[in-house]
Design a binder for this molecule. Structure first.
Ligand SMILES: Cc1cc2nc3c(=O)[nH]c(=O)nc-3n(C[C@H](O)[C@H](O)[C@H](O)COP(=O)(O)OP(=O)(O)OC[C@H]3O[C@@H](n4cnc5c(N)ncnc54)[C@H](O)[C@@H]3O)c2cc1C
Length: 531
């Protein structure tokens, strides 16, 4: 075992590993990259995190650089949870510390997963209404600012985080809290690193007020950079809270260790409704008609994806094959059985003549499961190459979607493959899964070219490739070029203020570079985690 790993092992309750077999297990995520860490640290508590970060920071003061990347469940699709230094896994920081059902607040360690949290809350009749992968950790939902498919109705993770605790780059802890302007001096007057952060961020915001206003007023949804710096000061009250800047920061500013979340009263079961349309225009008009019914989720699928699922023996069951060339709309209603049934009947009444639709009942619920299973088959199964998630969760505004899809056809011709779009209409976040031969040089070149071309196409239609999650390593190759010099300077300052020695995840976001990405491209995507 290397000296640093041994030293850390002696000082923390958790574990430090450096054996090749263990490192291998933390070298990949859901991106097309593979990066071998030097060590894997598995802290048990905040104190372990503080000790590790403090030690690494002291080493960097002596010019020994070992970057730290925090990792939750390792599902990231942009390589943002990989490191050639230390991977710090929150898998043992998975305790639900307190549930206060009266005030509907819950305090958790950052490695608690969404599924684990909601199972525990259900016993109290509560939930955090985020419709994302149940394996996503709460720390990463903040760090990746994940836009879930129920965010159109329930506003997403941003709405449910009350406070967090983070370990700063010198090993101190910070508890976020909203501070009324007259009391800000309690923080800016501190002689600690925390005080320095408050002072410098306050000054940065004041010095860049015009730019921050412009960024805050942008209509595009875009999680790249540190755009949430615009939300530290609230317009009306002028109160100050550092919490927003941790959204979409991807572990580059600090290690989130504990979180207090707000909960909602538990929702009853969801009933589904599916409709098939010949064109995207017809699907979009229908969706706009049913939006006032406030579905829990409202998804759109290019039905070409079902052709591939059928090739794998899947039976989308609800519709005849003649519909596998148009668009499917999938809506979920969580208003209780009677009200949901009423809303679905209303959906049926709004359907145009040349469309088909089915609402979920006790009798056909298996067919609905079959349809979901066909979608899952398309997303995960490889046919002509490896179906790698290099372009998940891009944002295109609803009014530009039809034109965007027309122009995407041109890209399909250029790349000589179909690119069926699927995703959430209510949040305007969609994905495409190109087939890639990662084992060939051309395949790996494809990844870089595709990201750049797709970025240009999406931007032409008022969107961003980082709508539902930030840029990490791979998408940053395009998004960093989208930013103005002023924007880059602002974000570089945010990073410098929080992490002057650059120990936290230095190769993602602004620090991403083509050499690093190309050098770590996998030649196979075989050990991907299924979605
Ligand atoms: C392009 C893209 C598309 C996505 N699409 C979907 C989707 O369709 N559905 C869905 O549910 N999710 C989606 N996600 C989100 C992703 O699955 C989750 O946001 C999250 O990354 C997975 O959780 P995890 O615990 O595996 O996080 P990880 O992959 O382990 O980490 C994700 C990021 O969070 C940071 N991080 C993790 N924990 C902490 C912490 N405690 N403190 C500080 N930083 C931390 C990591 O350093 C890393 O940068 C998408 C993400 C990306 C990048």
């Amino acid at each position: 075992m290397n000296k640093i790993a041994k030293y850390l092992n002696q000082h923390i309750i958790g574990n430090v590993f450096d054996s090749p077999q263990i490192l291998e297990a933390y070298a990949t995520d859901n991106s097309p990259l593979k990066i071998m860490p030097q060590m894997v640290v598995i802290p048990e508590n905040t104190s372990d995190v503080c000790k590790t970060v403090k030690f690494v920071n002291q080493l960097s003061n002596k010019s020994v650089y070992i970057p730290i990347t925090v990792r939750g469940s390792g599902l990231d699709k942009t390589g943002a949870d990989l490191s050639d230094g230390i991977v710090m896994s929150t898998e043992h920081m998975n305790k639900i510390l307190e549930i206060d059902d009266r005030s509907r607040l819950v305090r958790v360690q950052a490695g608690v997963t969404l599924g684990q949290l909601n199972s525990a809350l259900a016993l109290y009749g509560l939930t955090v209404p985020i419709l994302a992968n149940p394996r996503d950790t709460i720390g990463s939902l903040i760090s990746n600012f994940t836009t879930d498919s129920a965010a159109g109705k329930y506003n997403g993770i941003y709405y449910y985080i009350d406070q967090l605790e983070a370990v700063l780059s010198n090993g101190d802890t910070l508890q976020t809290t909203r501070i009324a302007r007259p009391h800000l001096s309690h923080k800016t007057g501190l002689t600690s690193f925390e005080g320095q952060i408050y002072r410098e961020i306050d000054k940065l915001i004041n010095d860049n007020s015009n730019l921050i206003n412009d960024l805050g007023n942008r209509s595009t949804i875009d999680a790249s950079g540190y755009q949430m710096v615009t939300q530290i000061i609230r317009d009306v009250t002028k109160s100050f809270d550092l919490l927003p800047v941790f959204y979409a920061a991807q572990g580059t500013l600090g290690v989130i260790t504990e979180i207090i979340l707000r909960c909602e009263v538990f929702q009853p079961e969801v009933s589904h409704f599916v409709a098939a349309f010949e064109s995207v225009g017809a699907a979009r008009d229908f969706i706009q008609d049913i939006m006032p019914l406030i579905p829990q989720e409202l998804n759109l699928y290019d039905a070409r994806m079902f052709k591939d699922a059928v090739e794998h023996g899947k039976d989308p069951a609800l519709f005849a094959p003649k519909f596998y060339k148009g668009y499917f709309v999938w809506a979920g209603f969580d208003d209780g059985p009677r009200k949901s049934a009423k809303k679905m009947k209303k959906c049926l009444s709004l359907l145009p003549h040349n469309a088909a639709a089915v609402m979920e009942t006790d009798e056909n619920t298996t067919d609905f499961k079959r349809l979901k299973s066909a979608i899952r088959s398309y997303i995960n199964e490889d046919i002509r190459g490896e179906r790698t998630p290099i372009m998940d969760d891009f944002y295109v505004p609803s009014d530009k979607l039809a034109n965007f899809l027309t122009d995407l056809k041109v890209m399909e011709e250029t790349y000589n493959q179909e690119l069926p779009v699927y995703g959430s209409f209510s949040t305007s976040n969609y994905s495409v899964r190109p087939d890639i031969q990662l084992g060939t040089v051309e395949g790996r070149q494809f990844v870089l070219k595709f990201i750049h071309d797709f970025n240009s196409l999406v931007r032409e239609h008022g969107g961003s490739i980082t709508g539902g999650a930030p840029e990490g390593r791979t998408k940053a190759l395009a998004t960093n070029d989208n930013m103005s010099d002023d924007e880059i300077n602002l974000y570089s300052e945010v990073k410098r203020i929080f992490d002057p020695n650059g120990i936290f995840n230095p190769d993602v976001k602004l620090g991403a570079n083509e050499k690093d990405v190309v050098g770590h491209m996998r030649t196979t995507y075989l050990n991907k985690v299924l979605e």
